[in-house]
Write a protein that binds this ligand. Structure first.
Ligand code: CUK
Ligand code: CUA
Length: 631
């Protein structure tokens, strides 16, 4: 309470005094990637409220791609084509826009393997898997018994699990109609453990851990010696159902929840899991059929830690912990209390000893609370105001973002001494060091994702591009190199050496492997087939014509499906397809794939169709007509 008052209740960031003076002298040279040259790192960035992931090159800050995940996307037809629509399905029906908050890149042995990027939908709880070969969303899994999937996705060392904690404690889906004031009795926190197939990446909910009703915020898996454990920051341990600032922060300490998931696996093997009805969607985009399917699942396995001792422990952590980060060795767990004046660093070894010796401070809702001092390695004193997130440079140092004092602060993990601080413009949220959350950080840079832009760019009306900033961390002092605008509102991001991804990039889909039900794999297979009032048009596209390009026989009241197969087998030659008055807008078709635009003509006439993506000198000639006759 005192801290809240001291910081001011609005808790917004302040403007650093030395704005603009911090740019390193050789910055231009360090971020210049000459024409035709490639960047050193991919930066995979969450889009926040835009529901997308975006891909930047580092150090140039160039935007390379936007990948729609929990959104429709006019640039490539995602959510408009019949093939992609099922990806946005949930047990509530289609949710075409959500909040993609965090990302996590897959790891093997705790190191980046360049295979998949996971992202979470915050609003209607879901976890998505994006292929880092095709840069397309391949899978989306909805999470039952969850409300607000903020604490997600976090992965274990070998991507055994993607983990997601509910932000809002809720009554289970099966016991939903209860008074809100019965929070303490009826509301639970759920943590979903999503297993990931080693070969295909396919996800499924292995089990859900039913914890006391608290809000999960952020988390990290243990690594190395702490592999098998998971650490979550929590808030609202007051279990209040109204979260006015003072209400949620009246306690001096909230908790970090330590989960021994290996032990949970043992209990599951012993049959301690309980099958419960649950309704959630599982959506898959198949690369061979180029088609998504959505399946509604109806069961989930839950595990109650009260019946399975030794799985979960609470550790007190001062003042609304937000970030909860584990260093590359797996020994140090850093909690960042947003309203705290110190950064507590916990020791995994001490935690184990405290658990073995039962050095507990009572319990919270039946779960043992480990004594703060017994698990604490030490505190970083006077680090800054409003610590949020911490990443590691692989040289024994941590860098923490401070929202309120608007700075990045570098400190040594062993002696907990502050080494350096640089201002951010303004009010940094997440930060990313290449490989920062892994066992082997690649280091070199840190990127700050700032929440407030103000005067950093040319004004563009009430809303400005978000501002990311790149700093060189190769020396003792952090040096500002570059500002670059980002789309949406990035929260977490990861950067990965370009070599780990670029070599596996999908260039084309082989036409002979196209397994789409309505593919026309050559112009000879192009045709128009009527099934009742449904008209299936099998169209091929190749520079620079459609086959067929004059379509007759369509009647008012028909539902027309344009199945467009792109016959090109050349990298970077998509074709587009648009029809006048199209209620599903347009589609874009990659080389070798088939995509479908559904169209319901609503008047008689001759209607133009054309290619929307400049594909050759004769792109403008890539066009045709559809004749719509009276019914
Ligand atoms: S949270 Cu965004 S600044 Cu919603 Cu990952 Cu910390
Ligand atoms: Cu095909 Cu333009």
């Amino acid at each position: 309470m005192a801290a809240v008052a001291a910081l001011g209740l609005n808790l917004v960031g302040c403007k650093p005094k030395d704005a603009g003076s911090a740019v390193s002298g050789d910055a231009a040279e360090k971020v210049y990637v000459a024409p035709g040259k490639h960047d050193e790192f991919y930066n995979i960035v969450s889009g926040g409220f835009n529901g997308q992931m975006s891909v930047y090159g580092i150090p140039s800050g160039r935007l390379l791609k936007i990948v729609p995940v929990f959104s429709v996307f006019p640039e490539n037809g995602w959510g408009y084509s019949e093939e992609s629509k099922p990806m946005l399905n949930t047990s509530h029906g289609e949710v075409p826009w959500d909040d993609l908050h965090h990302i996590a890149l897959s790891t093997t042995n705790g190191e980046h393997d360049g295979r998949w990027a996971f992202g979470n939908a915050n609003n209607t709880p879901r976890v998505a898997r994006v292929s880092l070969s095709s840069f397309r969303t391949e899978e989306i899994l909805e999470l039952p018994n969850s409300a607000g999937n903020h604490s997600s996705p976090f992965i274990t060392e070998n991507t055994e699990y993607v983990i997601a904690g509910t932000r809002f404690s809720v009554p289970t889906d099966n016991n939903a109609d209860v008074p809100i004031s019965t929070f303490k009795q009826n509301f639970k926190g759920y943590i979903s453990f999503i297993n990931v197939d080693k070969n295909t990446g396919r996800m499924g909910i292995a089990f859900q851990l039913k914890t006391p009703g608290v809000s999960f915020d952020l988390a990290r898996a243990g690594k190395g010696k702490s592999h098998g454990w998971f650490f979550f920051s929590t808030y609202n341990t007051e279990q209040a159902n109204t979260l006015l600032e003072v209400n949620a922060s009246q306690k001096d300490k909230d908790f970090i929840l330590a989960v021994n998931w290996k032990k949970a696996e043992e209990y599951l093997k012993q049959g301690k899991g309980r099958k419960e009805p649950a309704k959630y969607a599982h959506n898959l985009y198949d690369e061979k059929t180029h088609t998504a399917t959505s399946t509604i699942m109806n069961e989930v396995i839950t595990l109650d830690p009260k019946e399975c001792p030794g799985i979960v422990y609470f550790i007190p952590c001062p003042k609304s912990p937000h970030g909860c980060d584990v260093d590359p060795t797996g020994e140090y767990i850093v909690g960042s209390g947003k309203l705290a004046a110190v950064i507590p660093v916990f020791s995994f070894d001490k935690l184990q000893k405290a658990i073995a010796d039962k050095t507990f401070d009572g319990d919270f809702d039946g779960i043992p609370v480990v004594k703060y001092e017994a698990a604490l390695y030490g505190e970083v004193q006077k680090p800054g105001l409003g610590p949020l997130h911490t990443e590691f440079d692989g040289q024994g140092n941590a860098i923490t973002s401070f929202f309120v004092s608007s700075e990045l602060v570098k400190w040594n993990i062993k002696d907990l001494k502050v080494l350096d601080r640089v201002p951010t413009y303004y009010s940094v949220g997440h930060l990313s060091i290449p490989g920062g959350p892994t066992k082997k950080p690649h280091g070199k840079y840190v990127i700050a994702y700032n929440k407030i832009t103000k005067d950093r760019y040319l004004p563009t009306g009430p809303e400005l591009a978000q501002s990311a900033q790149l700093y060189d961390i190769s020396g003792d002092k952090m040096k500002l190199l570059l500002d670059f605008p980002t789309v949406g509102e990035p929260h977490y991001a990861e950067a990965i050496p370009a070599a780990l991804i670029a070599k596996n990039s999908t260039k084309i889909y082989k036409i002979e492997e196209n397994g789409h039900k309505y593919a026309a794999k050559g112009e000879k297979e192009a045709k128009v087939v009527r099934e009742g009032n449904k008209v299936h048009v099998y169209i091929t596209s190749i520079r620079s014509h459609f086959t067929p390009d004059n379509i007759e026989g369509v009647k008012l009241g028909d539902e027309v499906y344009f199945h467009v197969t792109n016959l090109e087998q050349d990298w970077d030659v998509p074709h587009g397809f648009a029809v006048k008055g199209g209620d599903n807008a347009e589609i874009l078709i990659m080389p070798g794939e088939t995509q479908t635009l559904r169209w319901k003509p609503n008047r008689v006439g001759v209607v133009p169709i054309y290619c929307t993506d400049f594909c050759s000198a004769l792109h403008q000639e890539m066009q045709g007509y559809v004749r719509v006759s009276p019914a």
